[in-house]
Design a protein. Sequence first.
Length: 424
Amino acid sequence: MILELKIQNFLSFKNEVTFSFEATSEKALSEYYVAEQEDGTRILKMAMVYGANASGKSNLLEAFDFLNFFTQHIPEEKEGGTRFLPFEFGDTAKMPGSLELLFYVNGKKHRYQLCIDRNVVLEEKLSAYPGTQPAVVFTRIFDVEKKISVLQFGSKIKISNQAVEAIQLKTLKNASVFAAYKQVNLAIPELDEVVNWFKNHFMQVINPYTDLTSFSDHSIKDNEKMKLHALQFLKEADFNITNVLFEDRVRKVPDEMLKVLDALPMTDDERDKIIKEKAWHYDETMFTHRIMKEGREESYNLSENNQSQGTLRYYGLSAPFFHAIEKNAFLPIDEIGSALHPLLVMHFLKEFLQRSSQAQLLFTTHNMSLLNEKDILRKDAIWFTEKGEDGATNLYSMADFNFRKELSFYNAYKIGKFGGIPQL
C-alpha cells in the first residue's frame, strides 16, 4: 500500500508538496476505510481530489504515473532523455526535481527517493524498514566528471562485487536501477519484491480518454472469474446486460494497405497471415441485453458500437476494479465521473471500499454532490489543489481545516472555505 508521495519541481508542483494516504485519528468509517499495517500504521483505501480546472489535479496522478513508468522503463537509447518534466515557469525549468514514495510491500515499509532532471538521474535510493530504522537497499549517484552512475548496495544485501558491476553497467544515466536489474540474470529478494510490486500492484492512470473497453475485453476473454465479475458489475448498475460475447469478423485488406503492414505493431505471424489471406480477422464485442416484451423475457445482442458511452465506460472500469481488488493494487482514476451518472459513481466507490482488503483508489473529480455523501467521506480522504499566482500548484487536505462535524462539506466547499474552486 502507498503511504505518501512527496513531489518537488515536477509539472505544476514547483514547491514541495506531500500527498498522504495516512489516516488521522478520526474514527469515522474506519472499519472499512482504513487498513492497518503490521507496524500499526493506518492507511486509507481511498482518497479524492477536488480543484478548479488546470489547478493540478491530473498532475498529482501524473506524478504517480511517472514513478510507475520510470521504475519499469528500459530506454532504447542511452543518450535519450528521462521524460521528466520540471515546473516550466522560471529558473526551475533548468533545475532537477524530486519524488519520494513511502509504500508497503508484504507488510514492510519502503522508501524510494529520486532526484532527476530532463536528461540524467542524479540520485536514486531505496530503503527498507525491517524495524523502526531504515536499512539501505541501494544508493545511486551520478558522477558528473566521469559521466557514469555509481551504484552501492547496503551492507545487509547479499550481493557479489561482480553482480554489482553487472547491474551498474546496465544502469544508464537516464534509467532507474530497477530497469538495469531487470536486464541481468540475478536474484536479489529485496529488489525482486519491489520490482514485482511496481509491476503488479501499481496500476497506470485511467483518464477519460483511456480505451478501457479493449482492456476489459482482453481481461475477460481468458478469465472466467473476471467475466462473471464484469457481468455482476453491469447487473448491479441496472444495465440489463446478461452476457458479453466475442464474434469473429473478417475484413478485406486493400492492396495499398498491405504495403504498409511493416509499420504497424503486430507479430510476424499476424503480418504473414494478413498478407496471405488479404484479410484481417478480429473479434467484435457483443452485449446481450435482456428486455421484457408482453410479459416475456427476450434477449438481443448488440455490438459495442451501439452501446452508450456510459455503458462502455462502466464496463471498461470493471477490469481495473477487479485487478485492483484481486491484487491489492493502487488504482488512480482521473475524472472518475466521466460519462457516468453520479449514482453509478457512488455505487462504484462503495463497492470498492467494501471489497478492498488493501487495494487503494485515488481519483480526481468535479462532482461536488459526492461531498453530501457522509457514508463515504472522511476529512483526511478529501484533498484539494489550488494554483497560485505564480502558476504553481498547492496541495492540501480537508483535515488541515478545523470546523464542526455537523458542517456540510458540500456547502463549505461551494462557498470557498477550502479553496480549490474557480474564481469567477
